[in-house]
Design a protein around this ligand. Structure first.
Ligand code: ADP
Length: 477
């Protein structure tokens, strides 16, 4: 949950959605694993209960208020699971923790206990779990309910943020988790003789959502269903796509402390200074008129950056520059480092994770590249829109739902806000890059499209009101 801990877009959503739901009138509490920054942020903590897990560990459930957001929060204080070096999932050498099945089953175990009256002073009507990490909540809750656990059964909602990360574990690990043996079945959480946390969410939750309308359709196809498309088609009547928003308290060029000059649609002059500062910081030639492309991304196969590597010679030959901020797959990190070495002054690469630099990249670039093979929602193209860095995207998932190409008809109608390519091929990408150069030459038109993009409403209000309408309809059933 941003700003406490972040590895990608899930943290941005977890940080913003509960606040937006609160503002829409919901009485929201969050449940989080007690990673060090989370516990350190928890104020006025009270012990709710000591919780024994089915595999014999004991942890402490605390309730308090998060200092960073003011949100009421339950935090699982289990230092043996959550106080470790490295990312939430991996050790400092990037190896998955051997007990991840227990670490995240515990979250679901406690989520289910809270569903069934663990806190005598507060009972949720809706329990909304996010991604595979929390996906055992509806499974445990279903079996607790069947066993006649106390408390009215709340509605279980489960959101898929990325179907490609499923939380797969072995049958032997399943046996440790205290679920009935019958759950290890096709009609359950079994996936090709493994345990899939993701599938537990998909199978046992009352309602499923995902983070864009297009992705909700795409995951029902064999191409993008990651082997779960059959189940998703069966459940399509209870699957809704709701587009994520942008947390405008964090991502707003008019009041962003991480950038050298603030600006907005009516007064975009500050963006010129941001561009010069970024070029200087990254060791690029400080040329105001060079079309500057930016990438802020996890470096994984999903993000389609291989395609950019293939098109980069043209991008540079046409006078463009490229800045990349990313981390992930060591082979991709090395490929980008090498590209920067080969093109000093024209390509700059920062391998690592740097929140402030991410803001500076959106503020300083003209175009944000997001050529993902698949993209459940994607947030960086929306940050690009807010910061007047026109997104250039592959037409897929949430990218297709948020970006309209600068085709003549879209320019004419005022819908154009970026550049869209399809199919996922280097020639299609190249042509989209060419369109970006063509529009950039028509500077008045470029400025008009950019101003329109920056004015687009992208906040969380729309998503929050759709979630509230969904919750109400589920409660009315
Ligand atoms: P995903 O969740 O698949 O990584 P999203 O586009 O939904 O993709 O969200 C990515 C989030 O992570 C954005 O907030 C983006 O700014 C941030 N991000 C990705 N890589 C980096 C990095 N190297 N440094 C800083 N922020 C990054």
């Amino acid at each position: 949950m941003f700003p406490l801990l972040k590895t990608g877009g899930l943290a941005d959503v977890a940080g913003a959605l509960p606040v937006a739901l609160q503002q829409a009138g919901a009485d929201v509490r969050v449940l989080l694993p007690g990673f060090a920054p989370v516990l350190a942020d928890l104020e006025h903590a009270l012990l709710v209960a000591n919780v024994d897990s089915p595999w014999g560990s004991t942890s402490h459930l605390r309730f308090g208020r998060l200092r960073s957001s003011g949100l009421p929060a339950y935090v699982l204080d289990a230092p043996h699971y959550y106080q470790r070096e490295g990312s939430p999932y991996e050790d400092a050498k990037r190896r998955s923790h051997a007990d991840n099945h227990r670490r995240f089953a515990l979250l679901g175990w406690v989520g289910a206990k809270l569903s069934h009256g663990l806190d005598k002073t507060w009972q949720p009507n809706i329990v909304h779990s996010h991604d595979w990490h929390a996906a055992l909540t509806p499974a445990y809750a279903a079996f607790a309910g069947a066993a006649g656990a106390a408390g009215a059964a709340p509605v279980q909602v489960y959101t898929i943020h990325n179907l490609a990360y499923q939380g797969l574990f072995t049958r032997a690990q399943f046996v440790e988790l205290g679920l009935p043996a019958t759950a290890f079945a096709i009609q359950g959480l079994e996936f090709h003789d493994q345990m899939s946390f993701m599938k537990a969410g998909l199978f046992y939750a009352d309602h499923l959502t995902t983070v864009s309308p297009s992705y909700a359709q795409e995951i029902q196809t064999p191409e993008q269903g990651c082997g779960l498309d059959g189940l998703l088609r069966e459940r399509s009547a209870c699957l809704t796509g709701i587009l994520n928003g942008v947390d405008e308290t964090v991502w707003d060029p008019a009041q962003d402390p991480a950038i050298v000059a603030t600006y907005h649609a009516q007064r975009p002059q500050g963006k010129t200074r941001c561009k010069a500062a970024l070029q200087a910081r990254m060791g690029l030639a400080v040329q105001p008129n060079a079309l500057l492309f930016g990438i802020v991304s996890r470096l994984t196969e999903q993000k389609g950056l291989q395609l950019v590597l293939s098109a980069v010679d043209d991008l540079l030959a046409w006078g463009g520059q490229l800045v990349v901020l990313g981390s992930g797959d060591p082979a991709l990190e090395q490929a980008w480092r090498q590209l920067a070495i080969d093109h000093p002054g024209a390509v700059a690469v920062h391998v690592g994770y740097d929140e402030d630099l991410a803001h500076q990249v959106f503020a300083g670039t003209d175009v944000t590249l997001v050529p993902s093979r698949f993209e459940p929602c994607g947030l960086t193209q929306m940050y690009g829109l807010k910061y007047g860095s026109l997104p250039l995207v592959h037409r897929v998932g949430g990218l297709a739902d948020t970006v309209e190409d600068c085709s003549l008809e879209n320019l004419d109608s005022g819908r154009a806000n970026g550049f869209v390519f399809h199919p996922f091929q280097v020639n299609a990408l190249r042509r989209a890059i060419e369109r970006a150069f063509a529009l950039y030459k028509r500077s008045a038109q470029w400025r008009a499209v950019r101003a329109g993009a920056m004015r687009q409403p992208l906040g969380w209000e729309a998503a929050a009101s759709q979630y509230m309408a969904l919750y109400r309809s589920l409660l009315a059933k």
